[in-house]
Structure formats: structure tokens, C-alpha cells
Design a protein around this ligand. Structure first.
Ligand SMILES: [Zn+2]
Length: 416
């Protein structure tokens, strides 16, 4: 056990949180402290402030008023709902094809196109280059999501420049929601720096070009973020709705189910039924790499969020983390086939990223987990005590096996 890792007295986040976290004199983390702001801010005033900011972006001609980056899950529905129905703007939706698409994610995208009646631009980056970069970032950094996040964050900015639409609207800021990196009142906006330092964990496109690979500048062009000069010439800015609207993604998803028929489903490694359901790998291999590197997995993020909204207690949260964090990592054979790598090689690569801070090698290839949940007192909660949690997480779609054994690429059409 590593006693030098501090864990928040209110939630379960450790001092080793990869986004960076601080603690006050009572041992409460910056994420919990900034979350409390949500209960004190005048949100009516903040929404009016946002409307004033956006007035100048209302297009006078036929152009779109703003860009909204979307995917087949998460907060896409809610952001479009707010932008169209509350802010009365006409958005252009942009969507990067991450290739690991699930049937439910594609269904949600198709439904979104019909219900919101918006134009959508899709980006399909060369599949071979995507695989080549995925393999490289997996080998070098234990990260299979780098190409997806790099492209998801740069594509909207490129379209903003190309179509001369200077406003991009994002949902919540992860650094505010998880670790309280900024106050809502600072009204932080999208920056190239945050994308590189936090979204991409300090690895930008140019860092990928090294002597031992054959990447060319052209290979990385589609992932590259536009230059500061280009961004300035159009005056592109990216704002976060979470600074102006009291963010609560669980209640927002419930509303989207009611209003627009959003589909949600259960996943193997968390109790949350809304997050990352559009991807075969985020809550599986990507999540497993997270617990190897950081000593906790996504279920702990979900649990911390739920503690802060007071939907569960800290003890219930810990129970849920222990219940889910080592559940089966699904869809590995599918990933191996996609990347043309065998299971043995994948295991070898993945195990290299076990962080010694959270994993002790007790014998050759035998490891003992010493991660975040084990740093807290052993939990004695009975199962029935977490039953009440399920009322917040609706499941209205079940993953049918026959439709759930291949990645769904755009452009091939789909059948429900
Ligand atoms: Zn906390």
C-alpha cells in the first residue's frame, strides 16, 4: 500500500489523478469544491449572459450560426437540444468516425439526424493510417484512443475555418467536471494547449514522428490542430455550455430519452448506462489500460460524479467500484482482428503499462492490484444497498449478439 497517495474525503479521487488535482485543509479535492459552485451560482443569470455572448454569432446570411461536435452518445443530444430550442441557433453538426462504432451508437446518430433536422458533416480518416497510428500509440503510450481524441478535437476547428463559422459549442469541460481545474466563473474556452496537455496527455502530432517509425507529415495532417494564426484570422472560439447551464449529464440523458427516444444500454464494466455506449473499446480495452496506468477505471469516475450529485453515498460508490472494475474486458478478439495483432502480442504490450505504483509483481507475470479502491478501508456493504442506484440509469436497448460482433463503419448503411 502506498500511503503517500491522498484520497479525497468526499469522493474517491486520488492525488495521482492524471488531470491534476489539489486538496484543501480538510482533505476535500478541488473537483468536489468546484462542484459545490453549481449549487451557489445564479444559473438564470448565466444563461442570459450566454445568450448575450451568442447574439453576435447569429448569422445574418445563409451560413450556420455555430458548430456542434457530436458522436452517437454522451451529451450530443442535450447540446443540440439547448442550442436549437433554448438558444435558437442554427448549428452545423460535425462527427468524426472513430471506426469502433456499435449498433446502438449508430442508431442514436441516425435518430438524432431525424429528430433534430440538422445538417451533419462526417469525417472518415484513411483507415490504414488510423490503424497505423493506433498501433503506434498503443505500443508507445498504452493508448488506443489518441487518434480518436486528436481528430475529434481538431475536426470541428478545421470545419470552423473552412466554412468561416467562428463559434464551436461543446458540452461540459472535463477538467472542471472531474478535478475542478477551473471555476465555472472563469468561463474557460477551448484551447490548443488543453487539448495537447490533457486530452492527448502531452503527445501532439509532431511527437509521433520519430526515427523508428515511418510516419510522414501527410499521415498526420488530418489529426493536426490548425495554427494559431489561422484560428485568429477567423476568430474561432469554442465555448463550454457547462459554464452557463447547471450540468448534470445523468438527468440530461433521462430527459433526452423522454423527449427524443435516446437509447441507452448496460455495459460490463460500469453501472452507468449512458456513457460511451457508442464504442466497442472505450469501456473495455481503453478502460482496462486506464486501470493499469492509473490504478482506477471509468467506473470510479462515474461513482465520484454520483457522490457529488448526492445520488449515492461514498460507501455505495466504493462498493460499485469494487463490483465493476475487474469485470470482463469485452471485444478484445475484435480489436486484435481490426489491428492485425495476435492476442499474445496484445497482452504483452498491454502488461508493459502496469504502473508499479498500483501493481506489485509477486511472481513472473503474476500481479497484485494495489489500486485506489484498495487504499480505502475494505467495504462491507451488501448488494441490496446499491439497488436504489439503478433508478437513475435507464436501459431501453439491449445489445443483440448478432449485431454486436463487428465495428460499424459509416457509409455502408445500416439496418436496425
Ligand atoms: Zn473529491
Amino acid at each position: 500500500m502506498k500511503s503517500n497517495i491522498q484520497i479525497c474525503k468526499k469522493c474517491l479521487y486520488p492525488s495521482t489523478h492524471p488531470l491534476g488535482i489539489t486538496f484543501d485543509q480538510n482533505g476535500v479535492c478541488s473537483g468536489c469544491i468546484i462542484h459545490e459552485e453549481k449549487n451557489t451560482l445564479d444559473w438564470k443569470f448565466r444563461l442570459e449572459k450566454l445568450k448575450k455572448i451568442l447574439k453576435r454569432y447569429k448569422s445574418k446570411g445563409n451560413n450556420y450560426d455555430c458548430i456542434i461536435p457530436i458522436s452517437g452518445e454522451s451529451d450530443s443530444y442535450f447540446i443540440i437540444h439547448v442550442v436549437k430550442n433554448i438558444l435558437k441557433l442554427s448549428p452545423l453538426l460535425v462527427c468524426h468516425n472513430k471506426y469502433f462504432n456499435t449498433q446502438i451508437g449508430i442508431n442514436n446518430l441516425a435518430n438524432l439526424r431525424m429528430k433534430f433536422d440538422c445538417d451533419i458533416l462526417f469525417q472518415n480518416i484513411n483507415l490504414n493510417i488510423t490503424k497505423k497510428i493506433t498501433k503506434h500509440t498503443l505500443m508507445e503510450f498504452g493508448n488506443i484512443y489518441w487518434p480518436i481524441i486528436a481528430a475529434q478535437k481538431s475536426f470541428p476547428v478545421k470545419i470552423a475555418l473552412k466554412y468561416k463559422i467562428p463559434l464551436i459549442i461543446w458540452g461540459a469541460h472535463q477538467g472542471i467536471e472531474q478535478t475542478g481545474m477551473f471555476s465555472h466563473k472563469q468561463e474557460i474556452e477551448m484551447t490548443k494547449r488543453y487539448r495537447e496537455d490533457h486530452d492527448l496527455f502531452g503527445v501532439n502530432e509532431d511527437n509521433l514522428i520519430s526515427l523508428d517509425n515511418d510516419f510522414k507529415n501527410d499521415d498526420l495532417e488530418q489529426f493536426r490542430y490548425p495554427s494559431f494564426e489561422d484560428i485568429k484570422s477567423i476568430g474561432v472560439r469554442g465555448i463550454y455550455l457547462g459554464n452557463y447551464i447547471r450540468w448534470d449529464s445523468v438527468n440530461q440523458h433521462k430527459l433526452m430519452i423522454e423527449k427524443y427516444g435516446y437509447k441507452s444500454t448496460s455495459l460490463s464494466r460500469t453501472f452507468d448506462t449512458y456513457d460511451h455506449i457508442d464504442c466497442f473499446n472505450y469501456m473495455n480495452l481503453h478502460d482496462y489500460l486506464k486501470i493499469l496506468k492509473h490504478g482506477y477505471s471509468k467506473v470510479l469516475d462515474h461513482a465520484c460524479r454520483e457522490i457529488r450529485y448526492k445520488r449515492i453515498t461514498r460507501e455505495q460508490a466504493l462498493y460499485l467500484v469494487e463490483k465493476y472494475q475487474f469485470n470482463k474486458v469485452e471485444n478484445i478478439p475484435l480489436f486484435c482482428k481490426w489491428l492485425n495483432i495476435n492476442l499474445k502480442s496484445l497482452n504483452f504490450v498491454v502488461n508493459r503499462f502496469k504502473n508499479k505504483l498500483f501493481w506489485n509483481e509477486i511472481d513472473i507475470d503474476k500481479w497484485k492490484f494495489n489500486g485506489i479502491s484498495l487504499l480505502l478501508k475494505k467495504n462491507k456493504l451488501k448488494k441490496k444497498n446499491v439497488k436504489s442506484v439503478s433508478k437513475y440509469f435507464i436501459k431501453n436497448y439491449s445489445l443483440v449478439k448478432k449485431n454486436n460482433n463487428r465495428y460499424i463503419y459509416f457509409g455502408k448503411g445500416f439496418k436496425d
